[in-house]
Design a protein around this ligand. Structure first.
Ligand SMILES: NC(=O)c1ccc[n+]([C@@H]2O[C@H](COP(=O)([O-])OP(=O)(O)OC[C@H]3O[C@@H](n4cnc5c(N)ncnc54)[C@H](O)[C@@H]3O)[C@@H](O)[C@H]2O)c1
Length: 249
């Protein structure tokens, strides 16, 4: 029996980067089913076929996590397919970096709604089911940026919100055996980094005690632990996965 045997999961933004690594890891750890929530259905279908050619365990679902109605429909599809949801990974996220005095309200709202309101949307659908079945593991992807990064007022605010939201849901869900934790990745090699100029990339590496950028699989292994019963008494935590890079107030 593997770590996630018999468990059904949703991973948002699960077709690439950290989300894709989490989907792959959950399948390796023998999850019974993993729903891949993706804005573009064709991308979800292609990725599901790549990671699960049998089509039995990876389930592609179109979903814009910033849109409550889209999330409602997507969760209904998962329930129809799997019958239950044990694990929810809120991974989808975006950046719209700009120095604050030039940041538009549109850039602010896009990041808050995708990175933070999305968690209201998904948890509002899934968390009551977890309470009712008295079992659930929620893993939210935050960021080391919560202490502030130049050009990331919107992103840092959204991720700090994720940490507060996680601690609250952990306290409220604990009596019903619903655990809720987050992971704060450092700099991880994904498409999100493509916006970073090469000289900045070298700077990032130099600042990390391990002198390298992290890999998506190194976030996925921690997500798999938090999603599993190995973490049955772990809740309300934010685990930094960052090669030793420390940020703080
Ligand atoms: N890469 C890093 O260095 C890093 C560091 C800290 C935190 N994070 C966080 O990790 C998570 C994953 O980031 P990544 O680096 O893999 O980025 P990525 O850009 O490669 O992937 C993000 C995923 O989210 C999806 N997504 C975006 N908006 C969506 C929406 N409205 N509805 C549904 N899906 C949506 C994208 O389609 C994509 O699949 C994000 O929450 C990000 O903030 C990343």
């Amino acid at each position: 029996m593997s770590k996630l045997s018999g468990k059904y999961a949703i991973v948002t933004g699960g077709n690439r980067g950290i989300g894709a690594a989490i989907v792959k890891r959950f399948l390796e750890d023998d999850a019974a089913g993993v729903a891949i929530f993706c804005r573009r259905y064709d991308a979800a279908v292609a990725f599901a076929a790549e990671v699960d050619p049998s089509g039995e365990r990876a389930f592609p679902v179109a979903c814009d996590v910033s849109d409550a109605e889209s999330v409602h429909e997507a969760v209904a599809k998962v329930l129809e397919k799997f019958g239950r949801i044990d694990i929810l990974v809120n991974n989808a996220g975006i950046t719209r970096d700009r120095i604050f005095h030039r940041m538009s309200l549109e850039e602010w709202n896009a990041v808050i709604s995708t990175n933070l309101t999305s968690m209201f949307n998904t948890c509002h659908e899934v968390y009551p089911l977890m309470r009712a079945q008295e079992y659930g593991h929620i893993v939210n992807i935050a960021s080391g940026s919560v202490w502030g990064n130049v050009g990331q007022a919107n992103y840092a605010a959204s991720k700090a919100g994720v940490v507060g939201f996680t601690s609250t849901l952990a306290k409220e869900g604990a009596p019903k055996n619903v655990v809720c934790n987050c992971i704060a990745p450092g700099t991880i090699e994904t498409d999100m980094l493509k916006a970073v100029p090469p000289e900045k990339y070298a700077e990032f590496c130099a600042a990390v005690p391990m002198k390298r950028i992290g890999q998506p699989s190194e976030i996925a292994s921690v997500a798999s632990f938090l999603a599993s019963d190995d973490a049955s008494y772990v809740t309300g935590q934010c685990i930094s996965v960052n090669g030793g890079y420390r940020t703080g107030p």
